[in-house]
Design a binder for this molecule. Structure first.
Ligand code: SF4
Length: 317
């Protein structure tokens, strides 16, 4: 049983200054996350991964498709049912500087969701704040301080404590370390891993950084221009990437066991506008293997193995 499942999820927006133009920010995204696992969504900025997350948490209303949580469709949730769903699905945002209210102390910030949900007496909520601070590695003595008195890493710890305040089942981590110094990133990633083990959390992990996704995720989907172009277990994706876009992203990772050979297929050009996506395979304007067929025909799904799929005309199993 999956904790979260999206089927052909679509989020389309009318363009601000020309309502007749539709931006297909998310255009038919399907994936499943088993309970207790971490699923990674990767791609360049503007590929639709954060919009997917915001649709799951219902900050955006999906245009089409389904989002199933614990087997139940969330499409028509309203009022009390939507509130209960949101209690179970929390989000940690990229920018710990912008996502915390500068006028609220740490204590108020972490207690705020508990107050909204009336999650206990004042004493119980206060105890829980201290418990959460300890859990994320913050000293209780800091409870009365304001966000500007903390470093980026500490602020992200506050954001994580706040996200955990209501005991959610699923936590969406939207680029949770990309605004932090490299030296702090691994501390936060390790904290997230430890919390997952301890609290049996399920994560949707969003990042543009494949090294980070490699460290955190069991299964990964690569998104390009609103669609998933390849999906696989971490091992399969890193050892046997099939889609040229995934190959290009992987080529750009410098690491000890991934020496640059000179044959790398680095990405050139910008990601096209989702308001006016290229015909056929939307990656054809940047793909080194693009042919006439790619410009005309949308590639279908190729099942490479039980857990590995990709959308490209040139893929052979
Ligand atoms: Fe490249 Fe064609 Fe495959 Fe698209 S379908 S990724 S353009 S080879």
């Amino acid at each position: 049983m999956y904790l979260l499942e999206t089927n052909e999820l679509k989020v389309h927006f009318p363009m601000k200054n020309d309502k007749k133009v539709v931006i297909k920010a998310v255009d038919g995204v399907s994936f499943q996350i088993p309970e207790g696992k971490t699923f990674g969504l990767v791609g360049e900025s503007g590929c639709g991964k954060s919009t997917t997350a915001r649709a799951i948490i219902r900050l955006y209303q999906p245009t089409g498709g389904d989002i199933l949580f614990d087997g139940k469709n969330t499409a028509n949730l309203k009022g009390k049912d939507l509130k209960e769903y949101r209690r179970n699905v929390q989000m940690v945002f990229q920018d710990p500087y912008a996502s915390l209210n500068p006028r609220m102390t740490v204590n108020q910030t972490i207690m705020d969701p508990m107050k909204i949900y009336k999650a206990g007496t004042n004493e119980e909520m206060q105890r829980r704040v201290y418990e959460l601070m300890e859990l994320v590695g913050l000293d209780q003595r800091f409870a009365k301080r304001f966000p500007h008195e903390f470093s980026g890493g500490q602020r992200q710890r506050i954001g994580i404590a706040r996200a955990l305040a209501l005991n959610p089942k699923l936590v969406i981590l939207d680029e949770p370390v990309s605004a932090l110094d490299v030296s702090v990133q691994s501390q936060i990633l390790n904290l997230l891993k430890n919390l997952q083990d301890e609290l049996k959390l399920t994560y949707l992990f969003i990042s543009h950084n494949l090294s980070v996704v490699d460290y955190m995720c069991e299964n990964i989907a690569v998104m390009y221009l609103g669609r998933i172009v390849e999906q696989a277990s971490r091992e399969e994706l890193f050892q046997n990437p099939k889609h040229p876009y995934t190959q290009a992203l992987l080529s750009a990772i410098p690491s000890i066991d991934h020496q640059l050979t000179g044959d790398e297929k680095f990405l050139t050009g910008d990601i096209p506008s989702p308001a006016n996506p290229p015909s056929g395979c939307t990656f054809h304007t940047r793909c080194p293997y693009a042919c006439e067929r790619c410009r005309k025909e949308v590639p279908g799904k190729t099942q490479i193995s039980e857990t590995h799929t990709a959308f490209c005309h040139m893929i052979q199993k």
